[in-house]
Design a protein around this ligand. Structure first.
Ligand code: 9WN
Length: 462
């Protein structure tokens, strides 16, 4: 590489890294008692979201590990006594400072509904994938290089809460003991509006819903957001959970949306592995964690592998069938590292097809959330086609894991270039490459920092 192109790349990385740090700093909210959190995006998402904070902590970990710890500590302030880590924590400073959000703290009524809910802060009654454990491990690893004694103290502080969270996921959300997590609501998946949920959602007949006003279309173009029909079903499902006091034992027998989510479960599995490493370092490798791992290793194939599509399906506990849907999520269990070389190669080939924006079929060669040849594909509708940075980051990690280094580098280059050209958006159109949804989106910024730090060409800079 010539010196001038090296210099160009250095400047590119510096500029992008600095802008990303700037977004995280601007989206950061200070609370009392040394607590801080980062809103996912100004206006649209004014509180603390669970898996967002996990991704965000990855970004902080490189230069501000202490800030990463504060992010995760502040998230854990919302943890319930039974281990549930809510998908939104409504810190009071946010309520006072920002626009109203629906469904907000009064809708969820966490304190009134459940004795398990924290008394100091209001939360939602749903969960999200446990990125927190992966993020904490990432912060620990970076601290451990310089301050091993302190790093171990950090593990000791976080471990009991993380263990409680994993135990909740593997008991209340897996009474079948499959090692796969049951979600009760599409919002729990993080892939809220994905066609993965169309079929099970079609069973939901919204009734007894008090009048509500959607706020999610105030700050972003309404055509990017879910339809009113889907929204009514989301609200109806959330109300059913509240009416059962968020008590999993009451919910489980009759709840109409019970799905073993292949992506949530894959993230949980990776998180169990990190939890197990933490437990070993602390001298208490719990047999439970090992059991959860073994259950997943067997059952992800038993319940979710689909030989016809040669990818993974979600499993509907009500129909006792896989949910047929071909979205990018079908390839994400790649990240577990459990697949045979034959399966991996088949899935990488699928990624390289036009359907997933290979063969120059899209404005950028990054994976869209739904294949562009699928009937449900829409290039700008939330989770139904756009390119998300977190999904492509997962794929980038998977490519590295299986040794596809050049392919991974190519993926990282395109992600960074897209973010550089368009700005830090919530998602991007595969058709035009344009940034869509919320602007100044925190996890896009945080994962850009992580990509830059892991990217060979920029290793020395961040
Ligand atoms: C509902 C915050 C969250 C993400 C989700 C994403 C979206 C919320 C919404 O925003 O969900 O939780 O209002 O649509 O789908 O993954 O955590 O960024």
């Amino acid at each position: 590489m010539s010196r001038s192109s090296q210099l160009h790349q250095k400047l590119f990385a510096q500029r992008l890294g600095t802008s990303a740090q700037h977004i995280l700093a601007k989206n950061s909210v200070r609370l009392r008692g040394n607590r801080q959190f980062t809103i996912p995006a100004p206006k649209e998402y004014p509180y603390q979201w669970n898996w967002d904070s996990g991704f965000i902590a990855y970004g902080y970990a490189h230069q501000q590990p202490e800030r990463a710890l504060v992010e995760l500590r502040t998230l854990l302030d919302g943890q319930w006594a039974n281990g549930l880590l809510p998908h939104i924590v409504f810190h009071r400073a946010s309520t006072q400072r920002f626009q109203p959000y629906f469904p907000g703290p009064n809708f969820w009524a966490s304190k009134k509904s459940s004795a398990n809910a924290p008394t100091e802060v209001a939360t939602s009654g749903l969960i999200q994938p446990p990125m927190i454990t992966l993020a904490l491990w990432h912060v620990y690893a970076s601290l451990n290089r310089r301050r091993p004694t302190y790093a171990k103290r950090v593990l000791r502080e976080f471990y009991p809460k993380l263990y409680l969270l994993h135990r909740y996921l593997m008991t209340a959300r897996d009474p079948e003991q499959t090692g796969l997590v049951t979600i009760f609501h599409p919002w729990e998946s993080g892939f809220d509006n994905s066609p993965r949920w169309d079929k099970p959602l079609s069973r939901i007949r919204p009734r007894n819903i008090p009048k509500y006003r959607r706020r999610d279309r105030t700050h972003v173009n309404p055509k990017f957001r879910p339809s009113d029909k889907s929204y009514a079903r989301f609200i109806s499902l959330a109300l059913r959970l509240k009416r059962k006091d968020y008590d999993d034992r009451k919910i489980y027998p009759l709840h109409p949306f019970k799905i073993k989510d292949k992506v949530f479960s894959s993230i949980s599995y990776l998180a169990h592995r990190r939890l197990f490493q933490m437990a070993t370092i602390l001298g208490d490798p719990s047999a439970d964690i090992r059991r959860w791992m073994r259950q997943f290793e067997k059952n992800i194939f038993r319940y979710c592998w689909n030989a016809k599509t040669r990818s993974f399906s979600d499993y509907d506990l009500i129909t006792k069938r896989q949910i047929p849907s071909t979205t990018i999520a079908g390839l994400l269990p790649l990240m577990t590292g459990l697949l045979s070389a034959r399966r991996v190669n088949g899935m990488i080939r699928a990624l390289d097809q036009a359907n997933f924006c290979g063969q120059k079929a899209c404005a950028v060669p990054l994976a869209p959330s739904v294949g562009i040849q699928q009937p449900t594909f829409n290039h700008e509708l939330y989770w139904r086609g756009p390119i998300w940075v977190n999904i492509n980051w997962f794929l980038w990690r998977a490519l590295r894991l299986y040794g596809f280094d050049d392919r991974a580098k190519h993926q990282a280059d395109h992600m960074l270039q897209l973010i550089h050209d368009q700005g830090f958006y919530e998602y991007y159109s595969p058709k035009t490459g344009a940034g869509l949804g919320a602007r100044n989106f925190s996890w896009t910024a945080a994962l850009a920092i992580d990509l830059l730090a892991n990217h060979p060409r920029d290793r020395q800079h961040l």
